[in-house]
Design a protein around this ligand. Structure first.
Ligand code: ZN
Length: 423
């Protein structure tokens, strides 16, 4: 979904206008005839502002790869003293090493080489803005780009045209982040990669962040309903007394299971099943496969399937970089072939904590995750073991009435007219 460069910059300038970060004045001072490459056309304010004489150039562009801020300023004929002063001002509020190639900037430079303002788009939510005061001293700050938040209903269908959750969300004008949030809520109940079929559908009540009518992200999903093969699964976000918010079904049972459905987000494809004996693809002899292999891109985060204590975090011959976690009830999970490890032995971790990243270390034909589960020291089939786990903790009886009220209120919001975002 690459946005054309010019449009992206327009939006960036527009954000500057909205924030009043000094871009307004910069645009006003620009001559409309200026056609030097890399210089803005005075897009929005031309008709009222052309009478002002130009005394500066507004240079807009994106951070070039492998270029420091100082070097980039030199490329744009910034005076030596200002080069250092602006970089110093930036460094006081922002780690200049985190400057990303491809991110937009706007430089308002006087014809004598001095800088008036420098604005850099850190990400979708923040701007870095540097401004010279009357004494030509630079002041830098990181500014939040304002966004609107509304609670809204999102409806979607799984059809022949939109057979997957991501395609369906795309067709509804929503961002794909929402698919990950849904997958997380329903991970113990539904396999979004294989169980969906035409006729299935969903309704969400979600906090949606927009800017200029465009969706820029989401807060929490407050309620969700998924109808798969005629079976409706509903989730309500609720925080019990003194507890963290979690998702519960209509009867107030936690949707969180003892185990996650898999250590990878977005239920991945199993490429090799648990087996008591099979031919090893590299060693070429037959032996048991003590877990399941999941296809996964290198670097994908690997999550602990349940809370526990790390018992191993290091190299194990054929397993390459390996993490083992001990859980309650005699269970121990293990994650093999990792490219990186994110935990230490003895560390206590929660369900869903990232223990490492997918890799192909040790005996592996390519990047994948080998996930193994032991019960009382013996390897068991994790897929079957996960499926047989009892449902999660219920809402305490004393809070059921309060829960029922929240549930009814949220269910009413399902029937809000589904708003389609502009994109
Ligand atoms: Zn394996």
């Amino acid at each position: 979904m690459a946005r054309p460069f010019r449009e992206k910059m327009r939006r960036f300038v527009f954000i500057g206008l909205v924030l009043g970060v000094g871009v307004t004045g910069a645009l006003a001072r620009q001559t409309p005839q200026a056609q030097v490459p890399g210089i803005t056309e005075p897009a929005e304010r031309r008709t009222t502002d052309i009478h002002l004489p130009a005394d500066s150039l507004v240079i807009e562009g994106t951070i070039p790869p492998g270029r420091t801020l100082g070097a980039m300023f030199a490329d744009h004929d910034v005076a030596d003293a200002d080069r250092l002063a602006v970089v110093d001002a930036v460094a006081s509020v922002f780690d200049v090493r985190k400057l990303h190639a491809g991110q937009p900037f706007l430089l308002d430079r006087l014809f004598d080489g001095r800088v008036r303002t420098f604005t850099y788009g850190i990400d979708d939510d923040r701007l870095l803005h540097v401004q010279a005061d009357a004494a030509h001293v630079f002041h830098a700050e990181v500014q939040a780009i304002p966004k609107d938040t509304e609670v809204t209903a999102v409806h979607g269908d799984i059809s022949r045209e939109t057979p997957s959750l991501t395609q369906s969300l795309d067709a509804a004008g929503e961002r794909l982040d929402l698919a990950l949030q849904m997958a997380e809520i329903f991970s113990g109940e539904l396999d979004f990669s294989s169980e969906l079929q035409p006729g299935d559908g969903y309704r969400l009540v979600v906090e949606r962040h927009t800017r200029d009518g465009e969706v820029v992200g989401y807060g929490d999903i407050l309620a969700a309903e998924f109808v798969a093969s005629g079976r409706a699964i509903r989730a309500i976000r609720y925080a019990t007394e003194g507890g963290k918010p979690a998702y519960y079904d209509e009867d107030g049972r936690s949707l969180k299971r003892f185990f996650l459905k898999s250590p990878l987000k977005f239920e991945p494809r199993i490429t090799s099943r648990f087996a008591s004996a099979r031919k090893h693809p590299i060693l070429n002899y037959t032996r048991a496969h003590n877990g399941v292999d999941y296809a996964a891109p290198p670097g994908a985060p690997v999550a602990a399937v349940a809370p526990g204590t790390v018992t191993l975090a290091g190299w194990t011959g054929g397993g390459g970089r390996t993490v083992r976690v001990r859980h309650q009830n005699g269970y121990e999970s293990e994650y093999l072939h990792l490219s990186a490890i994110g935990v230490r032995v003895g560390e206590r971790i929660s369900q869903g904590d990232v223990v490492g990243k997918v890799g192909s270390t040790g005996l592996a034909t390519g990047p994948h995750l080998h996930y193994g589960l032991r019960k009382n020291g013996r390897y068991v089939n994790p897929v079957i073991e996960h499926r047989n786990m009892p449902p999660g903790e219920p809402i305490p009886a004393a809070e059921l009435q309060a829960y029922t009220l929240v549930r009814s209120r949220l269910f009413e919001l399902f029937s809000l007219p589904a708003t389609r975002a502009a994109n």
